[in-house]
Design a protein around this ligand. Structure first.
Ligand SMILES: [Fe+2]
Length: 182
């Protein structure tokens, strides 16, 4: 059986690719480049539909409660920190939506605001994923019995709903990466 924490590490790899593209777009926009409306919109959809609606739910609704209940005080404190980071990620993403769906052309200030927020968002997601991989996932595998994790991949699949969606996002991110990370 694939360990649920390995499933989550796989999600992180996909998210990291999107975050790399986001950083590249932020650098381009900060340097005065034209705002790439379509690519930014695709990336925004990815972050909302995959990172927020699928990946973070696997962690906040399945993994985090189990670790908080099964672990010690330090594990509970770690989960508390990560829940706050998840919320911050949601709030920053909402702010990015405001920049990404402007009524007209972005002003220079708005472009800089977008670039700054995108960079802050990218750093936060990278930090959050690092903490999860270094501390949360090991704490989970050490404290939650394998039997208790048996149904998790099935529960995760319910968030995915459309099994083809992840493959489709991978393909779209490949196109973006070829354009922005070449
Ligand atoms: Fe995660």
């Amino acid at each position: 059986m694939q360990r649920p924490t390995d499933t989550l590490r796989g999600d992180h790899a996909i998210t990291s690719r999107g975050i790399e593209v986001l950083r590249a777009i932020a650098t381009h926009v900060r340097g005065g480049g034209e705002f790439p409306t379509e690519d930014a919109a695709t990336l925004l959809r990815f972050l909302r539909e995959f990172l927020l609606a699928v990946h973070l739910r696997k962690e906040s609704e399945v993994l985090c409660p189990a670790v908080a209940m099964g672990g010690d005080e330090r594990a509970a404190a770690l989960v508390g920190d990560l829940v706050r980071m998840h919320e911050e990620v949601g709030e920053l993403l909402h702010t990015l939506v405001l920049f990404w769906e402007p009524v007209g052309e972005l002003t220079t200030d708005e472009q800089q605001g977008f670039a700054d927020t995108a960079t802050t968002f990218a750093s936060l997601v990278a930090r959050m994923q690092g903490i999860e991989e270094e501390r949360l996932f090991p704490a989970c595998d050490a404290t939650v019995p394998a039997d208790d994790q048996l149904s998790w991949n099935e529960q995760f699949a319910q968030f995915d709903r459309d099994p083809a969606a992840i493959a489709a996002w991978r393909a779209r991110l490949d196109v973006l990466a070829a354009r922005w990370l070449a």
